[in-house]
Design a protein around this ligand. Sequence first.
Ligand code: GP9
Ligand code: MN
Length: 634
Amino acid sequence: MKNKEWPKHSILAIAVIATWLTTYVVYKTAFSITIDNALQEFILFLNPLSLLLFLYGGALFFKSKKARNRYIVAISVITTIILYGNVAFYRFFTDFITLPVLFQTDNFGDLGSSAAASIYWTDIFYFADIIIIVLAMFLIKEQDSTVKAAASHRKAYFVLSAAILFFNLGLAEAERPQLLTRSFDREMLVKNLGMYNYHLYDIYIQSKSQAQRALADGSELTEVTNYVRSNQAEPSAEMFGKAEGRNLIVVTLESLQTFTLNNEMNGQTITPFMNELTEDEDTIYFPNFYHQTGLGKTSDSEFLLETGLYPLSGGAVFFTHSGNEFNSMAEKMGNEGYSTNVQHANTKSFWNRDMMYESMGIDKFYDIQSYTVGEGQAVNWGMKDIPFFEQSVDHMTEMEQPFYSRLLSLTNHHPFTLDEEDKLIDEYDSNSGTLNRYFQTVRYLDEAVKSLFEDLKEQGLYEDSIIVMYGDHYGISDNHNAAMEQYLGKEITPYESAQLQKVPLFVHIPGYGEGHVNEEVGGQVDMRSTILHLMGMETDKDMQFGGDLFSEEHEEFVIFRDGRFVTDEYVYAANVCYENGTGEPVEDQTLCDPYAERAIQELQYSESIINGDLLRFYDDQSGQLKTIEESEQP
Ligand code: GP9
Ligand code: MN
C-alpha cells in the first residue's frame, strides 16, 4: 500500500467520514434519542456533516503536509472531546451539556464523584476516528501532498459544506417548525442540528444573555421599583390567609381554553366536571382570565406563575435565562416551611426544566423517570393524564407536609390524539381535524381532573389542600379560524381572537362554602400574588408585576406578551381599540393610548429585569436594592 499513491486530500476525506460515522454511531449507542420516522433518522445521520466539512476544511489552507496533518488531528481530538464529554455527562444526567452547567459548581461536584464510574475501557471506541485518521496518515501516501489546494477548489468545497448546512436546516424546519426561535428541548436540537452545531448555538444563546447581564447594574431597578410599588394592590382582608397551612396543589391544564367550558359541541357537553366546579360552593371560578404566554408556551405560563414577571418576547426564558436569580413562589413557600416540587411525565430537559427548576429553588422534579407507564397508558406526547394524576397523588402521600406540588398535564396537547377507549364524545365536523379532535381531548382532560379530585379524596389529601387549576395557553391557533367561526357561529375579528385567549382559572378550597364566579379581568401574572395571599404570605416587598385578583385595588388590565391588552372597558388588538363587551371599535381611538403606553413600558421593565438578571441586586426580604458588596455575594 505504501507505494500506491492515493488521490490528493484523501486524508481529509477519510477524516471527515471517520468522524461523521463515529458521531452517528455514538448518537445511536450512547444517547437515547427518540426517532419517530425515516426523515428524522436521515436528519440525524446527516447533521454532523456540514460542520465537520467546514472544520476539517481548514486543512485546505496548509501547504506543508506536516502542519496539515497536525491540524486534522487537532480537529478530530476536539470533536471527540466534545462528543465524549457529552457521553459521560449523559450517563449521569441523561442530558446534553449546556454552557451554564459547566459553571454550576455543585453540578460538577456530583459529576466529579461519578466520573470514574461513568468511564469504561470500551469507551476507547469513541476515539475510533482519531485512531483511523492517524493510521491513515502513516499508511497512505497522497499525490501532490505538498501543494496547497487551488483557491477555486477550496471555494467549491466550502460552498458544498454551506449547502449541506442549509439543506439540513431546511429539513429540520420542516420536521420541527420554529426549532431555533422556540428551542424547546436540547434533545430536539441535537437531533435536528447535530451535536456540534448545537454547541455553537448554545454558546451563541448563552453569550448573548451573559453580555446583557454583564452590562447591567442595579441602578436600573430604581425606576422599576417605583413603578411596581405604585401599582401594587393591598391583599383582600377577607381572602388573605384563607388557605394558610394547607398543601398547595397547582394544576396546569394543558391547552385548555375557556370557550369549551359551559358549552356544548353538537349537543354534547365538553367539560361536565369543570362545569360543575364553576358552580361549586368551594370553588371560585374566573371566566375573564387570560394567558400571557409567548413562544415558551407551557414553560412561559410556569414562569408567570412562579415569578410574576412576563416571559420574553423572543425565545423561551426557561432556555435563555435559566442561570438567573429569581424570587419564585416555590422559593417563598420553601422559606415558609413548605416542601416544593413539580410533577410532569416528560423528559426533564424539555423546556430546560431541570435547570430552571433548580434556579427557582424547587426542591424536587418528578419527571418521566418517576412514573411507571403501563401498557395502554401512553398516547400522543406520552403518559395519559388519568394515570399521571393517579401516580402523582401517590407521590404526594410520600411528601413532607405541608407541600406545594405543581402538576403539569399533557394529554390535551396538539395534535390532540387519543386512543379509541378514551374518546368520550364524538369529533367535531369542521374542516380542521385539529379543532375536531380538540373537543375530545378536552373532554378527556375534564375526566382526568375529576379523577384527580377522587384520587385526592381517596388518599385523604383533599381536605387539607387547596387546588388551583389554570389553562396554560391556547390550544387552537388562528390558523383554525375558519373552523372556529363555524363552531362559534360568528366571525373571528381581532377582538374575538383576543377573547379566545381566555383560559380558565379555578381556586378550589375544600370547605370554603362561599364559592362563586368572579368576573374580575385578570391574567396569569396575577396568579402569584393571588395564591401567596391565600396562603397567608405577603408580596408587598416582591419585585413582580401581578396583583391579587381578590383585592379591591386589583387593576383590570391584562397585557398580552405580544402587546395586545384587555381592560374592563377596552380590548386592544391589531392596533384597534375595541369596546370590551360589544367588540365594536370605540369612536375615540385615543382612549386606549394611555394603556398602550403602559403595556409597552411594563413589558420593557420585565424584560430588563430578566435580561440584566437584575434580581441579583434586589433583596426580597427588605424590598431594597442591595449594596454592591451584598450583590457580589453568591
Ligand atoms: C411539554 C409540555 C407541553 O413538557 O409542557 O409543552 P408546550 O408545547 O405546551 O409548551
Ligand atoms: Mn402547554
